[in-house]
Design a protein around this ligand. Sequence first.
Ligand SMILES: [Zn+2]
Length: 450
Amino acid sequence: MPRIITAILFIVSVSTALANPTSSVLIKNIKIIDSQTIQTDVDLLIVDGAIRKIARDIDDKDVHLVIDGTDSTLIPGFVATHNHLHMPGATFLGKAGAKLYLAGGVTTMQTTGAAEPLKELQLKQVIEQGRVAGPDIVTTGPYFTGPDGNDAMVRITDEQAIDREIEEWVDRGVSWFKVYRHTTEPQLKAIINSVHKRGAKVTGHLCSITMQQAAELGIDAIEHGFIHAYDFAEGKTAGECDGSNNYRSSLDIQGKQLEQLHKTLIANKVAISSTPSIFEAQTPNTPINPAFKTYLAPHLLERAENYLQRREKAGDSWYFKREWLDRTLQHDRLFLQRGGLLTIGPDPGLHSIPGFADQRNFKLLVEGGFTIQEAIQVMSANGATSLGFADRGYVKEGYRADLILVDGDLENAPHTINNIKLVIKNGVTYQPHELRKGLEGQLGKTVERE
Ligand SMILES: [Zn+2]
């Protein structure tokens, strides 16, 4: 007899699920949405970690777990592209970070810059071994930067030294590298060469080098998008991180200049990895998810609360303007509609908390005018494309069973993204509240051993 699980009661604990990764799961009477199709009142069968069948009235004989999906929506797990395992004030978020990401629906994530790359690699491994619950992790090497940047960053400029450094990290399992604001053009050239000949990829948080230049040099992705489009900074010196950021308020989003840049990015297959939730965290008078009070370690909570106080007190005179967030989303949708590969991640910090901030990103896209299917495309399918995964990002037969079961009709009530009942990764079911158990006050607290 299959176990029948109602929409309210789940009896599969995470530990049970981890111990039993190959069981079959049948979700009955579900609405499925991905970026290509919407199907209502269908059943979905998972066998051995993959979506075996989507059809009406699938037989539940021999199925280990049956879930009633009435009044729920099934979407692909998030494949997110700016999910650090560090944040200002904490160099490694470890297992707590990984669990919070997974609880928020993230089944695959790119760390996009590491403060502790060896620890990231180790965490990726124990997750793959099934010893710790968390998303699949696409790890990043240490940041490369020019004369500026912080102490943990690599500042080498010699071409051969760059090549050796990259070889070492690729051998350890790193598949992406990130360049930071002050990287010079010769440095970026050498990095891209060295990385590409090893089959890995490069992304950048740019400033000294423009997006146009980086695209022409062969970069694979650009972080933050519009906010850091220093191509349009007035008074910018070539190769320097300077100039005015007035373009954030004044650049014509629909105009020719931006259209030209988008053409270059698209022709060179450069993804833009947008990070609206951290920008919202910097914007006065915006909603705050109280989760940060629950999960942040005391020293990070103090830091976040202090920031929020200053932000709210300053109001309109604050350095980060509301219109920048709105215009980022306008820009992002236009890039997507022009055929650009738009991806997204939370860039954790302040009260932008792993997992919760990924859910917030989804909502921000919808509030910014994206249709539900466009939002899902950005949150899942495009991330998979950028990271080179052909087996995920959609709810389709043959694809990996990386899914989010939302309590409610997500199509007509996007806020229900906050009500995730179940996250399924590689066919294994996880309940968010189980994943989050015991993590109160733990995020960024200690660097645990594994
Ligand atoms: Zn970042």
